[in-house]
Each structure stands twice: as structure tokens, then as C-alpha cells.
Design a protein around this ligand. Structure first.
Ligand code: FES
Length: 146
């Protein structure tokens, strides 16, 4: 006669927990950003306090753009219309390279993504996500964090 192993109630709970833990680890692995996926967790640059000056508006060409470093953060600025300032984190939403100001667009040197300098929207992939905007105002000819 073949002996059938019996499971105690505790054994079933432990076995069930292992399965749940395994499923959770799998789910986490499936949700973790990989080097091939867009960085959808990017956020506004840390450490930029309201009132922080990013640039003089006169240094941002009308219809063009400017890249600056402020408090350790790479920032892109544009002036789509005279007197109107826009600002974005310069961190590419594809894999995190620093995007460069290139006139009416922002160009990523790593894999060729291009963004609209007026809106931060993707013009060319591989990035699928827009640049992270930074709220700014113009005060006394200075572009400052709002
Ligand atoms: Fe790949 Fe910018 S990091 S296109």
C-alpha cells in the first residue's frame, strides 16, 4: 500500500504563504523599471525651493532654449513667446541622460529622443514620456521657481 503524505493545517498555511510571497516577488519584478523601460517615476528636481532663480529671462532666446545647472539640478528653459518662460527637468524620461537645449527642441545625446522646448512633449522617441515641468514665473526679468 502506498502511503499518502498528510499535511497539517500549519503546513498548508506555510506552503500558501510561500506561494503568495513568490507571487509577490514575481509581481514586484514585473513592475520594476528596467533599463529598457521609460522612467515613469521621475519627478521634479529636488531642492528647488520657490523663489529660486533659474536664469535671467534675457538669457533665454525667444523661440529657443537654454540649459542651466541650479543647486545640482540640470534644468532646461525656453521662451516660446516673448515674456513667457517654461522650465523642465533635463533628465530624459527614457533612461535618465541629461538632455541638451537645442533651439526649439531639447535633444537627448544618448539615444536620440527629442522634446518640444515649448511644452516638453516628445517629438521623437525612444522616450514616450514628456519632460517633467517645473512651475516658474517671471519676476523682475528673472525666471524663478513658483
Ligand atoms: Fe535614451 Fe534619452 S536616455 S533617449
Amino acid at each position: 500500500m502506498t502511503e499518502i503524505p498528510t499535511l497539517t493545517r500549519r503546513g498548508l498555511i506555510v506552503a500558501g504563504s510561500a506561494t503568495v510571497a513568490g507571487a509577490s516577488a514575481f509581481a514586484l519584478a514585473a513592475c520594476s523599471p528596467s533599463a529598457e523601460e521609460p522612467d515613469s517615476t521621475a519627478s521634479e528636481p529636488a531642492g528647488l525651493q520657490p523663489g529660486t532663480e533659474l536664469a535671467l529671462l534675457a538669457d533665454v532666446p525667444v523661440g529657443g532654449s537654454l540649459g542651466v545647472q541650479v543647486d545640482g539640478s540640470a534644468i532646461l528653459l525656453s521662451q516660446p513667446e516673448e515674456g513667457e518662460a517654461m522650465a523642465f527637468s533635463a533628465i530624459c524620461r527614457h533612461q535618465g541622460c541629461v538632455v541638451a537645449a537645442a533651439g526649439a527642441s531639447f535633444d537627448c545625446p544618448c539615444h536620440g529622443s527629442r522634446y518640444d522646448a515649448a511644452t516638453g512633449a516628445v517629438l521623437n522617441g525612444p522616450s514616450t514620456l514628456p519632460l517633467i515641468p517645473i512651475e516658474v514665473t517671471v519676476s523682475d526679468g528673472r525666471v524663478v521657481v513658483a
